[in-house]
Design a protein around this ligand. Structure first.
Ligand code: FMN
Length: 366
């Protein structure tokens, strides 16, 4: 960080209709795989608590599986149903609140990225709009309409549990090529019923989920919606090729009841479309008027999908975009994964104490 650049914009409070935060920092959702049998234990609660103790404005949890047998791949991914898992999450919420933080669970279904035979339910087949993997390989039958409706209900049930447990918001994971995004993307959604068709029609599954969640949580509870252009299988994929298409895509989600959009990019400084410097979050804010969270390689020189080590970089560009109000909040992933005190160090001007990202930190809960 250069000496003469103030970082104040990162530490201004944030106030929207339904959510108030002490600063602009958000912990990005990061799957850690430290929840044996889908139950987040004391160590996971302490991991999130540490971020709250060190001034992270809003914590978004790792993706956690809705109540469906094929929602996750792996038996150490936390679930968001069943007594033991929900008790685990209650511990997490209580720990974060005791430390003065705020927290939202990221509600997740992996859809067709699940391999046949994956734990925790080896017999459960992967499900998706048309039964194709992200690479276009046909694996299972398309979901029936009544199966789609059951999935919508599972999201709504998770939203209701989140509110009951005392979470401050929910985040719906509609990004990166997982289930909700598989409905958005023309390559994975070939349906001809009400859940398929043009870009707007492909938002129907998300719209039904958002509305069903809203019915459960009521008008005052914040619903955050995460989406991305890029997919785990294709970093160059685009749901919306122009600002006009982005507007068509976002409008139904706004009308359904999204409060805050979390616009996932791998590098926050990259323009979303030619002819403007605005990034995906900037465009989303401009087109919807809603508060937005941006994300992608904050403080680091290499993007996360390479999962290699990365050097620290200046925060000047980030601060400039916050000052210009291009976006409201900034999510921080790997920097916070390995250093619970990252936000506090930045706040205190301890730039020299920020560490480069070391991929070995993925193996431990710091
Ligand atoms: C280990 C790891 C796990 C991740 N898991 C999730 C996840 O469960 N849900 C999600 O939406 N994004 C996930 N991401 C993406 C992050 O939320 C974030 O968008 C990405 O790391 C870019 O931010 P960064 O460059 O600050 O790390 C994950 C990233 C990492 C590094």
């Amino acid at each position: 960080m250069s000496e003469n650049k103030t970082i104040q914009a990162l530490f201004d409070s944030f106030s929207s209709d339904k959510l108030q935060l002490p600063n602009r920092t958000v912990m990005a959702p990061m799957t850690r795989g430290f929840s044996p049998n889908g139950v987040p234990g004391e160590d996971v609660a302490a991991y999130y608590r540490r971020r709250a103790e060190h001034n992270v404005g809003l914590i978004i949890t790792e993706g956690t599986g809705i109540d469906h047998p094929a929602s996750v791949s792996g038996d150490s991914i936390p679930l968001f149903h069943g007594e033991a898992s929900l008790e685990g999450w209650k511990r997490v919420v209580d720990q974060v609140h005791e430390a003065g933080g705020k927290i939202a669970p990221q509600l997740w279904h992996v859809g067709m990225t699940r391999n046949k035979g994956d734990l925790p339910n080896e017999e459960a087949l992967p499900v998706g709009p048309s039964g194709f993997t992200l690479d276009g390989e046909p694996v299972t039958d398309p979901l029936t309409e009544s199966e789609v409706e059951q999935l919508v209900e599972a999201y709504a049930k998770a939203a209701s549990e989140a509110k009951r447990l005392g979470f401050d918001a929910i985040e719906l994971h509609g990004a990166h090529g997982y289930l909700i995004d598989q409905f958005f993307w023309e390559q994975t959604n070939k349906r001809t019923d009400r859940y398929g068709g043009d870009l707007v029609k492909r938002t129907q599954f998300a719209v039904d989920i958002i509305k069903a969640c809203r019915l459960e949580v009521g008008p005052e509870f914040p619903i955050i919606f995460r989406f991305s252009q890029w997919k785990m299988s294709d970093y160059k994929a685009q749901l919306a090729k122009t600002p006009e298409e982005l507007e068509q895509f976002l409008q139904p989600l706004v009308e359904a009841g999204v409060d805050i959009f979390h616009c996932s990019t791998r590098r926050f400084w990259e323009p979303a479309f030619e002819g403007s410097d605005l990034n995906l979050a900037g465009w989303t804010k401009k087109l919807t008027g809603k508060p937005v969270i941006s994300v992608g390689s904050v403080g680091l020189s290499g993007e996360f999908t390479s999962f290699t080590n990365a050097d620290t970089t200046s925060l000047d560009g980030l601060v400039e975009k916050l000052e210009e109000e291009e976006f409201d909040l900034i999510a921080i992933g790997r920097s916070l994964l390995q250093d619970p005190a990252w936000v506090e160090k930045v706040e205190n001007g301890q730039a020299d104490d920020l560490l480069p990202f070391d991929k070995s930190s993925l193996t431990k809960l710091y």
